[in-house]
Unconditional design. Structure first.
Length: 284
């Protein structure tokens, strides 16, 4: 959901980066990249949507905390760096993206523990989504692992993506995790942890679309309309690149994809992993 610049990726991969910030000895979080092969399989006669081979942007996801809460930020960074270094974060990502069971257990005994309140927007699979009335996903599991490290009880609150930074800034919650990218504007209001994952913004189009690459969207005579989840970095980037008149904002990614299916927009820009989940549903 969410600033690096345009890259082209041809295969899906998960990798551990071996540098983070100024510390060359630290390990960074896993990364995923999109490709045409990343689109869920469906026969040519039944497939409705696809992901373009050309990615739109890449970005690093991090945890946001109330500005100036250096004590909690330090504890979370220490716990998170340990979970990245020992491979726990990669196992969590592999579990949700590559269906590799991680055999990890968290939050088994929480009675009497101090609470770590987390805000999220549970409409962004596989990072956060609802399953049997429980919020699950990569962010939920990483947060649970952090809470275990800190000997705290994790409590997750689902809210609109727009409300997360305000909830963190006001102290209503301790932290926000929602596939959130570090941007200069967001840094004015909250502090961010080290990065725990690298995501890709991808472009979803109908299988019969004349849009074949980012260049088609950027053509001087292009008038294609773009669906985005409001206030995500997909929204920020698309609005900056193409202008307000070509961007339609939706409360969540599912609504944007539904608008694409019904012809109300020409494409959708969203994180690659949720894109694959939405396409899998649409192409059934």
């Amino acid at each position: 959901m969410k600033k690096s610049w345009k890259i082209v990726a041809a295969i899906l991969m998960l990798a551990m980066l071996f540098s983070l910030g100024a510390c060359a000895s630290q390990k960074a979080a896993p990364s995923t990249s999109p490709s045409a092969a990343a689109s869920p399989s469906a026969s040519a006669s039944t497939a409705k949507l696809k992901i373009l081979d050309t990615a739109y942007t890449s970005e690093d996801y991090a945890i946001c905390l109330k500005k100036g809460n250096s004590e909690l930020l330090g504890k979370i960074n220490t716990a998170l760096q340990g979970l990245i270094s020992d491979g726990t974060v990669k196992k969590i990502v592999d579990n949700y993206i590559n269906n590799v069971p991680d055999n990890l257990t968290f939050q088994q005994k929480t009675d009497g523990l101090p609470v770590l309140n987390m805000a999220t927007n549970a409409t962004f699979p596989p990072y956060e989504f609802t399953q049997s009335d429980k919020i699950v996903g990569i962010d939920a599991d990483v947060a649970a692992a952090i809470a275990d490290k800190l000997n705290m009880k994790l409590v997750i609150t689902d809210m609109d993506f727009d409300s997360i930074i305000a909830a963190v800034s006001s102290g209503k919650v301790d932290m926000g995790m929602a596939g959130m990218t570090v941007t200069p504007d967001r840094q004015k209001n909250v502090d961010f942890s080290i990065s725990y994952a690298t995501g890709i913004q991808s472009i979803i189009v109908p299988v019969s679309s004349k849009i074949t690459s980012i260049d088609d969207l950027k053509a001087t005579d292009a008038t294609y309309t773009i669906g985005v989840q409001q206030n995500t970095t997909g929204d920020i980037y698309a609005t900056g690149d193409f202008g307000e008149s070509r961007v339609q904002r939706f409360k969540n990614g599912a609504d944007a994809v539904q608008a694409l299916l019904t012809g109300k927009v020409d494409c959708v820009i969203i994180d690659n992993e949720p894109a694959k989940a939405f396409i899998a549903t649409a192409n059934k």
